[in-house]
Design a protein around this ligand. Sequence first.
Ligand code: CU
Length: 427
Amino acid sequence: MLTRRDFLGSIAAVGVGGVMRPASAGSVAHRLRPEALSVTIGETTQTMLGFNGSWPGPELRVGQGDDVSVQVDNRLDEGTLVHWHGLRLPNRMDGVNVLTQEVIPPGRTFDYRFAAKDAGTFWYHSHYIAFDQVSRGLFGPLIVEEAAPPDVDLDLTVQLFDLLVDNAGQYQEDFPADQFTGAGRMGNVVRALMPARSVQQGARLRLRLINPSIDRVYRVQIGGVDGHIVALDGMPLLAPRAVGEIVLAPGQRCDVIGDVTGDVVLFDGGNRIGQVSVNGARARRNIPLPTLRPNTMPRPSSQPIQATLTLQGGAGGGGHGGFGTWALNDVSGLPRSPLVDVRRGTSVRLRIENATGFDHVMHLHGHHFWELDPTTDAVGDYRDGTFIRAGDTRDILCVLDNPGNWMLHCHMLSHQADGMGTWLRVR
Ligand SMILES: [Cu+2]
């Protein structure tokens, strides 16, 4: 996390006129060094995982259209790799072992290179033994700035994270079997991790909420901000939406822009999990809240091919053909054949039936998709993760326009670890 000094520095850099970016696309090089590090949680110091000496990893910022290169230098004593969550990038840069690359062994590096096509709020994380490595801290925000960012005083990234600690306050290293069979591993320390401590009353604020928790679904309420939701999963909404209770499942993001009316307090299900206090005041802007310009979206066919995915298993669930606790279409883990195998540009309408007694969030790599309204069939939000409650069915529409082998899995990482993953092939 940023230190207080870093935070003050970032305020100075943001200034009144917003973040300055070069007018034309450039190239940005970052390095990420996954490593074990000491983290103080409450009263105790313990060994966790992070990047570049930071827990969680540092916030990477690039500009839309930039050619991005990130060298990952694995200093862990185990393998790892990095997935760029929500980015529409070349398949070989997607950071998924078996499907797109080999695990980066200890002491070795891998160069990720991609163009930052979409502006928005994204994040990066380990995709190897992810339930464990992400739970220990191998994640961080990836912000792609608009060429002309909205005029705000503070652009604040908030990571909603939970940790499971024992009675002595130590991070619980082992994952008992029951953490894989139900709603997942729920931490008992729940925090909104954010670099800012204070903000001026009347300031215009952009909040970028990210849920990197391995299993927890947040029900976020925000006090002290008069604003609206401008983006979900990095993609601007066509029309901004009122901020009520924001349901944020693992992997999902939400951007809010608003004016500060008092201490900014974040709640999860009524419990206070973070605060940015008011310090000083400025006159509120007398211009309307900004919205965001949509990223380029593909055009779906009116006659998509149809496919069905049934989510199965879990404690108390019915039988299925897979070997794990969870299964997708009777297979646990990646099946030999993809769920769909299509030519580039094919539109697919996928019906996802949650036949389990638990909620899930299905995340597709390399693409976004539209959630379809269950009653009117109208095209809804353009996302990379869809939250499906126990017993519900969700139809999504996707233009598979990015060639490669792409994972589709539950982003509750305990579920993924025990069977909930499949893949799509785009030729
Ligand atoms: Cu799940």
